[in-house]
Design a protein around this ligand. Structure first.
Ligand code: FES
Length: 258
């Protein structure tokens, strides 16, 4: 199935401080290859400084409508340009790409942990896990109250705890502080966010829980061809874009990725 296509923008709206949600439609999208945690590599312009695509994870997918939604934060010229795109415009997209979160078949309790722009892919995952009868608890971390997004969406999945770095909402500190405070029970961990957050979770749970972590990495090709996103795991060097971005709890070697 074709992975490179022009998709029509249906919506591009601001949902929190510097954070936007974009809905795109593509008749040629391959939903059967799309696991929660897969990403799109989006061409954001034609100038020399915008030649590289931006990898952005999928927040929501609707196979019937042939639509995908993504959530992105404006952090530079590429994403700033994206924020100005209007409904009806076309965007060149490569995807879906990468290995997403495997979904275990057994029932049980899952803990979703997301930090900042690592939050969106956990929503699609949480919907699928809940549909399989799993009990979903979520812990999300943001900089401050103004930066919070998807609160109501995650609340529909089950208990939700939020940490903010400045203490303006929920637990003051990081997701790890909220987990320590709330002490949720769970069998399987799924997390996405900054490497420091993932490392802390890995060190705390790799010996005692099952789980999967999705890593953010600078990418160029996004399809495993340029070897620009290599990272060292306990099983050797791997490409974050093609072998990941999701890796098993306990699989990553951190000295090389921090
Ligand atoms: Fe090219 Fe991963 S970005 S191999």
């Amino acid at each position: 199935m074709k992975k490179l296509m022009d998709m029509e923008i249906l919506e591009n709206i601001r949902i929190a401080k510097d954070v936007y949600r974009m809905k795109l439609r593509g008749e040629e999208l391959c939903f059967s290859e799309m696991m929660a945690g897969c990403f799109l590599n989006i061409k954001v312009g034609t100038g020399s400084e915008l030649l590289l695509r931006r990898p952005i994870s999928i927040f929501d997918a609707d196979e019937k409508e042939k639509t995908l939604s993504i959530i992105y934060k404006v952090v530079g010229r590429g994403t700033e340009r994206m924020s100005g795109i209007k409904s009806g415009d076309l965007l060149n997209v490569l995807g879906p790409l990468g290995q997403g979160f495997p979904i275990q078949d057994e029932s049980g309790r899952v803990l979703l942990v997301g930090g900042g722009v690592g939050v969106p892919p956990l929503y699609e995952l949480g919907k699928k896990l809940k549909a399989k009868g799993m009990e979903v608890t979520t812990v999300l971390g943001f900089r401050d109250e103004e930066s919070i997004f998807l609160r109501e969406d995650f609340e529909r999945l089950g208990p939700l705890y939020i940490a903010t770095e400045d203490g303006s909402y929920g637990t003051e500190g990081y997701v790890t502080d909220a987990i320590r405070e709330m002490d949720p029970s769970f069998d399987t961990l799924y997390a996405c966010g900054p490497k420091a957050m993932l490392r802390t979770l890995d060190e705390r749970y790799a010996q005692i829980k099952k789980g999967f972590l999705s890593f953010e990495e600078r990418m160029a090709c996004g399809i495993g061809a340029c070897y620009g996103c290599m990272t060292e795991t306990k099983a050797g060097l791997k490409r974050v874009c093609k072998d990941g971005p999701v890796f098993r709890l306990g699989e990553m070697k951190y000295d090389s990725v921090l």
